[in-house]
Design a protein around this ligand. Structure first.
Ligand SMILES: [Zn+2]
Length: 270
């Protein structure tokens, strides 16, 4: 699933291309994509609207329109937003026709993604529960020190909770904890001040570095040009079970926490 760095890359690219363009028409290739959103009127709400800005909240793309209203796109497992020529791939489910004769294609092989229209953002039940954005000013070591105290669960599991902090998923949770030298099984409220400080730093460092390399393409992630992210070559522990830790050369371990794989170095992360 695209996490913060991947969705940030998509947002940055779309923000360069889309503002000022009008959605002239919408081709629904596979109606199941709208059924999943419970919004059959999505196409009615969007037709004729002019895109004002593209932003990101957590792992979601949020498109604002000049006439008011927002389109939110949560790509989940296999969703992709590809800008340019019209795609006629099997996984292309919906196509926005734009006023510059270009297209914004929504691909979703497994149909887990969600596209939905909101007239206002502040009343949305999901958006209003999200935790702070880790790359914005509200996220500080001081905030983190207070926030972890309220949680008895392992720090790895807590980092995946979007209500705690927005945008981190399974790949970056493992990478961040390796960077911070924190054992993923450690209970959140047991973190020392030194650990909290280094965690806050690692959250920003790993996510920023991943954005620089345009994200990680494990399987399906593609940017709006259809290109893969290059951060996969820079992953230090994720998906590297039995391989050498890049710091101490001991073997990287995989464990399962709350049903998700965690990768870490037992020697470096105590
Ligand atoms: Zn190590």
């Amino acid at each position: 699933m695209p996490e913060l760095p991947e969705v940030e890359t998509i947002k940055n690219d779309l923000q360069k291309s889309l503002p000022g363009l009008q959605i002239t028409d919408i081709d629904v290739i596979d109606p199941r994509i709208l059924k999943a959103c419970h919004q059959p009127d999505l196409t009615v709400a969007l037709r004729g609207k002019t895109i004002q800005a593209v932003s990101r909240r957590a792992k979601m793309i949020v498109m604002a329109f000049k006439e008011g209203g927002f389109l939110c796109a949560h790509m989940k497992m296999t969703g992709q937003l590809i800008y340019g020529k019209r795609l006629d791939q099997k996984e292309t489910k919906l196509i926005f026709k734009l006023s510059n004769r270009m297209f914004l294609n929504y691909n979703d092989q497994r149909l887990f993604g969600r596209l939905f229209y909101l007239s206002t953002l502040d009343k949305d039940a999901y958006l209003s529960t999200l935790g702070p954005e880790p790359l914005q000013n509200g996220f500080t070591a001081r905030w983190l020190a207070e926030a972890v105290k309220r949680h008895r669960i392992p720090i790895k599991t807590l980092l995946l909770n979007q209500r705690f902090i927005a945008g981190i998923g399974n790949i970056y949770a493992s990478e961040i904890l390796f960077d911070a030298k924190i054992n993923p099984q450690k209970k959140a409220r047991r973190l020392s001040k030194v650990e909290v400080d280094s965690l806050a730093l690692s959250v920003r460092r790993v996510l920023s570095e991943a954005i620089k390399y345009r994200g990680t393409s494990m399987r399906n992630y593609r940017d709006p040009n259809g290109q893969k992210g290059r951060f996969i070559e820079r992953l230090k522990v994720y998906n590297r079970e039995h391989q050498q830790c890049p710091v101490c050369r001991n073997s990287i371990r995989r464990i399962v926490q709350s049903g998700r794989s965690t990768f870490f170095c037992q020697h470096c992360q105590r």
